[in-house]
Structure formats: C-alpha cells, structure tokens
Design a protein around this ligand. Structure first.
Ligand SMILES: Nc1ncnc2c1ncn2[C@@H]1O[C@H](COP(=O)(O)OP(=O)(O)OP(=O)(O)O)[C@@H](O)[C@H]1O
Ligand SMILES: [Mg+2]
Length: 400
C-alpha cells in the first residue's frame, strides 16, 4: 500500500507544466494575432488621453483568439495607465455567465464601488451609480461584452449605455462586443446595431501552419524537451485546421495526447497519441451536444443510430449500393417503435422532419435528396459518427 505514493512520484510524465495547456493560461505573445492586437490597441489608445473611442464589434469563429487577444490588450492598457496615470477603466464581462443587462450592470457597479453591496437594488439604481462614477472621475470606461450574443435584453442594454453617453457631462462609456455568431447581428434592433457596430474587427480562422506555431509555443513551455514528436504537432495542427481553424481544439488535442502518453507510460508524444486524443475529444464534443438535445430528438437520433448499426443501405439505379444510408420512412417507423417502448407519444412526421433539420445543423447527421428514381424523391439520412459510438454515448447518458 505504501507504494502508491512512491509510485506516483516515480511515474514518468511528458509534461513540465500542465497549466500551460489549460484554457486559462494566457501566453505572453500571441502568434498570428499581431494585426488584430495592433488594430485593437490603436482603437483604444485615444481613451488614455480622454478622447472618445468608437464602440466595436469583434467577430471570428470559435477558438480564433478573440478573448485571449482582447485580454492581452486590456492588460497592456491597464499597465500603461498604472504607470502614467490616466482616467481609464476596463470592465470585462463574460455574457455567457452574466447574460442579462442587470447582471452586466451589477458587475460594472461592483467594479466601480468594490466596498458597496448592490444586492437587491433595481437596474436604474445600479446604472445611476455607474454614471455618477464615470462623471465624477471624468472616466473613459471600456465595457467588454464577451459572447455578447448571449445577453437576453441586449438591445435594451446597448440603448441604455448609448443614451447615457449623450447625457454625461464628463467621461464616457464605450463598448466592445465579441461574438462567434455573425447571424446575431441581424437579430439586433437597427438602432443598437449601428451603435455597437461603429467599428468591426475580424479574427480569421487559423491555418495549419499558424496552429503549428501556436502549439510549438506551448510545447516549449509545457512539455519536457524533446517529449513531443514534430509529426504529432503537425497532425494536431492539421486536424484543428480542418475543424474550422480552432486553436482551442488544437490545444486540447495536444494536452489529451500528452495525458494519453503518460497513461501508456510512453516517453514521447507521437501521432498515435494524437489520434487517440482525437477520438476522445470527438466523443466528448458529441456527448455534450447529445446531452442538451430535447427528448424526442434524442429518440430520433437513437433510432438512426440503431438502424445504421444494423447496416442501412439501398441499391442505386446503377446497381451499386450506398452504404449506411437510411430512408426517412424507416427512420420514422423505428422512431415510433422506440416511442411506444418508452411509453412516449410519438410526434408527427412533420415534427420529425423539423428535428432532423436540427440534428443536421448540429452536425450529428447529414441528409441528401435521393434524386429521381429511388422511391420517388425522398430524403436520405446518414449518421455523421460511427453508430456504436453514438449508441454508447447515449447509453452512458441514460444509464440504460
Ligand atoms: N494566437 C494565439 N496564440 C496562442 N494561443 C492562442 C492564440 N489564439 C488562441 N489561442 C488559445 O486558444 C484558445 C482559444 O482562444 P480564445 O478563447 O481567445 O478563442 P475565442 O476566439 O474567444 O473563441 P470563442 O468564440 O469560442 O470564445 C485559448 O486557450 C487561447 O489561449
Ligand atoms: Mg471567447
């Protein structure tokens, strides 16, 4: 028994600092974001000398460095302010967590008055306190709204802040909105749209070469010298470049690959570990998507997975057989059957079609039209992941 502790210490590891691979680690330099960082600094700089800065919208797909670059620039701004003294404050809010205008304003008020408690006060009170603070300090306040599309009454929040600026006798409040959802722009009221989108900055997806540089930086800091094969870095970069150029995904692959190498007692991270990590990460992502599906979509997905496992296929007119393709009709029959077994009232075919669209949007299935000749014109369905994986993940969830 005594051995357990000693064994732990003797266990070999490829890491020197696992923390470097965590999502919270902010590296000192951000390769391939120089242009965005510079642009952001240029836009924010006038706030140091009390000039008005435009509101701004930062857009880019997930994992393109929007959050980390913004935090990097805020840190720099605050460092300069501290050194030379300037009336600038920056409040960063993550709107996935603070997702109402009230919660956002509460955070700002608490930032301005760290000694006071605002619990239970109405929005108008919080807002007035913030306005007083800005005015009496002739302050440039920069409010960063990360994942801004998650704010429920966003039009209201933007409008309130814009209007306050018109009335402030001194000082100003500017907003930086960040989002990976470009469509949300259209859901905004035209007035708040033009207020928030005074300036725009785009974060393009990283390509494989750029991801490689990002990974190499972390390998140097987080892994033992020589503990990661170059080809493993190349593979992780290429895989992540295919996944919409997502640096978060690349880092996760690298970290998992390191953990797997440790588990297997290997001294070096190779392609083998990256491939295993990919399967693990993929399952994790799919699992998280499945978890949030409404019940009938889960049942439908389960029906599709069962049928795929049994080996769906149909003969094309040219005599070849398309593997693992299912007909809408058979999927609907199976769905009905599972509903009966579970004692659920099946939804109509029209609803199922709607659910099917949603499953496709989530990337769980793909659909194509059969084209003429195959039982008229029907929709063909194909599961986007191995059927057994989906079944296992669903069983894990339902404990069945
Ligand atoms: N240029 C870079 N150099 C080093 N690390 C980076 C770079 N870009 C992104 N990262 C890292 O990748 C991860 C994802 O970046 P970040 O959180 O900034 O993405 P995001 O664009 O905000 O994504 P989302 O839209 O999902 O919020 C973080 O761990 C970040 O440190
Ligand atoms: Mg982000």
């Amino acid at each position: 028994m005594d051995d357990i502790f000693e064994k732990e210490l003797r266990k070999s590891t490829v890491f020197v600092d696992r923390n470097v691979l965590s999502p919270h680690f902010v590296p000192e330099t951000l390769p391939h974001r120089e242009a965005q960082i510079q642009a952001l600094m240029q836009k924010l700089a006038p706030s140091l000398s009390g000039k008005t800065i435009n509101n701004m919208f930062l857009y880019g797909k997930t994992g393109t460095g929007k959050t980390v670059s913004t935090k990097h620039v805020i840190d720099k701004l605050m460092a300069v302010k501290k050194k030379y003294g300037a009336s600038v404050e920056c409040v960063y809010t993550n709107c996935r967590i603070l997702n109402t205008k009230y919660q956002v304003m509460l955070k700002v008020a608490e930032y301005c008055y760290p000694e006071e408690s605002f619990l239970g006060f109405p929005f108008s009170h919080l807002f007035q306190k913030v306005v007083d603070y800005v005015q009496s300090n002739n302050l440039s306040m920069i409010l960063v709204l990360d994942e801004v599309d998650k704010v429920k009454n966003l039009d209201d929040l933007i409008y309130t802040i814009t209007r306050a600026n018109d009335e402030l006798a001194a000082g100003r409040i500017s907003m930086i909105g960040i989002s990976n959802n470009i469509n949300f722009k259209d859901s905004l009221d035209p007035r708040s749209k033009s207020a928030l989108f005074e300036d725009e900055l785009v974060f393009p997806p990283y390509n494989a070469e750029e991801l490689k540089d990002i990974l190499e930086q972390r390998v140097k800091l987080g892994f033992k010298p020589g503990a990661v094969d170059e080809s493993a870095i190349n593979l992780a970069s290429a895989l992540a470049a295919n996944e919409s150029g997502d640096a978060r995904y690349a880092l996760r692959l690298l970290f998992k690959a390191g953990e797997i190498a440790d588990e297997m007692g290997d001294q070096k991270v190779t392609d083998k570990h990256v491939n295993l990590a990919r399967k693990g990460v993929e399952n994790e992502i799919v699992y998280n998507v499945i978890k949030t599906l409404p019940e009938h979509q889960k049942i439908l997905l389960y029906a599709i997975a069962q049928l795929s496992k049994e080996g769906g296929h149909y003969a094309r007119l040219d005599g070849t057989v398309a593997e693992n393709v299912l007909f809408t009709g058979e999927v609907y029959d199976r769905y009905n059957r599972i509903c009966r077994v579970l004692g659920r009232e099946p939804r109509t075919a029209r609803w199922c079609k709607e659910y099917m669209n949603e499953l496709e949007m989530l990337g769980l299935i793909t659909t194509t039209l059969s084209g003429k000749g195959v039982r008229g014109n029907t929709t063909l369905i194909r599961l986007a992941y191995p059927a057994q994986n989906i079944i296992d993940l669903m069983k894990k969830q339902f404990g069945e």
